[in-house]
Design a protein around this ligand. Structure first.
Ligand code: ATP
Ligand code: MG
Length: 357
């Protein structure tokens, strides 16, 4: 642990949502402090952190003061502008590194990277206008999905194209933003691997979870996922390959489609991931502590699972069910958000379904 941050050190977190909140709670258990930076005041993470800066992403004085006040910077939000990161990085290390962030911010760069690693992805093509969309549809065929290259989350910035006549409407939904056309992958189900890599290069992955989405938003993750032994091995090995190629430090989420031809990579997220929330109650060291350990230069936990878990997201009005859920033997994790808007992630609940199988 030569490069390890000592207890009492401070981790800077870019982004102040629920992921930042759970990172800060995990850090506090290790005697580490967190300093959150977010343009919005009073977010879920600031409430449980030692310090918070409320300032715009382009506020150079605030970014400088933040970087000077912390020992390492990590992020829970991928869309921090490059210029802000340049400034921070001139003062303090950013983990995971800039390349991991750049690759995962742009769906074309991400797929090029995955293909170059020899991993399977949906067929894809760059789309900037009607002519390039026609050409892409000609090559890839329908059904297909048009997505903005950047800034998508929870299924936002996506339009399905069931047949060629849907093309114009789908393109209009992109609002002129650069886009990617992806062929529709005929998957039987979706799984994800939450992997981690330490400063010393050690890799540890949690068992794959099986993910069910509703209206483009993750609804439920179940471990163990339905996978054969060889699929399970493939999933973990491909996650390790991605982490190592990127010289990654921290936790990453790798979303996969399960198909009869094998595993197809959907996307990677360079941060703790909603589909890894089950680890809070299914593992001795969860994804949040694992990420903090990695960015702080500590040894990683081994990722072993002691229990089978079903994680359910509490979205919008689901928060009204909390009194009823609280009366059952299950672990509630609430984010402290005052207002329950439709589609807003308010918390989640982990139900243990037995000892690990
Ligand atoms: P999130 O932030 O929830 O991960 P996102 O907005 O980044 O989502 P994607 O992961 O690209 O979006 O897509 C959301 C969901 O849409 C996927 O989990 C999958 O169910 C479906 N989907 C996306 N791309 C494809 C594809 N090429 N073929 C089939 N289904 C797809
Ligand atoms: Mg996704």
């Amino acid at each position: 642990m030569t490069d390890a941050l000592a207890p009492g050190s401070t981790i800077g977190i870019l982004g102040g949502g629920q992921l930042g909140r759970m990172l800060a709670v995990a850090a506090s258990r290790l005697g580490l402090k967190c300093h959150v930076y977010d343009p919005a005041p009073d977010g879920p993470a600031a409430e449980v952190s030692a310090r918070a800066t409320t300032a715009a992403w382009d506020d150079e004085a605030a970014l400088t003061a933040f970087a000077e006040a912390v020992d390492v910077v990590t992020y829970e939000f991928e869309n921090v502008p490059a210029a802000s990161l340049d400034l921070i990085e001139s003062i303090v290390p950013i983990r995971p590194n800039r390349r991991a962030l750049a690759v995962s911010q742009d769906r074309i760069d991400e797929k090029d990277f995955l293909r170059d690693l020899g991993l399977a992805t949906a067929p894809y093509a760059m789309v900037d206008d009607a002519a390039s969309l026609d050409a892409a549809l000609e090559r890839i065929g329908a059904p297909a999905i048009l997505k903005t290259r950047r800034f998508g989350y929870d299924g936002k910035g996506q339009a399905r194209i069931m047949a060629a006549e849907d093309a114009a409407a789908a393109l209009a939904e992109m609002n002129g933003a650069p886009a990617i056309l992806e062929g529709f992958v005929e998957f039987s189900h979706e799984v994800s691997v939450i992997g981690a890599r330490g400063l010393d290069g050690a890799v540890a992955c949690f068992d794959p979870g099986e993910n069910r989405h509703e209206d483009g938003i993750l609804r439920e993750t179940t471990v163990p996922a339905r996978l054969s032994a060889s699929q399970r091995t493939d999933a973990v090995l491909l996650a390790a390959k991605i982490l190592t190629e990127l010289d990654y430090v921290g936790v990453m989420g790798v979303e996969l489609f399960v198909t009869p031809q094998g595993l197809v990579v959907n996307e990677i997220a360079p941060r703790v991931h909603n589909s890894g929330h089950w680890t809070q109650d299914g593992c001795l060291i969860d994804q949040f502590e694992q990420h903090i350990r990695a960015v702080a230069g500590w040894p990683l936990g081994d990722g072993a699972r002691h229990s089978d878990v079903v994680m359910e997201n509490l979205i919008g009005d689901d928060i009204d069910r909390v009194p009823e859920i609280a009366a059952t033997q299950s672990a509630l994790h609430l984010y402290g958000k005052a207002e329950a808007r439709p589609g807003r992630k308010m918390g989640h609940v982990n139900r243990l379904t037995g000892p690990a199988r």
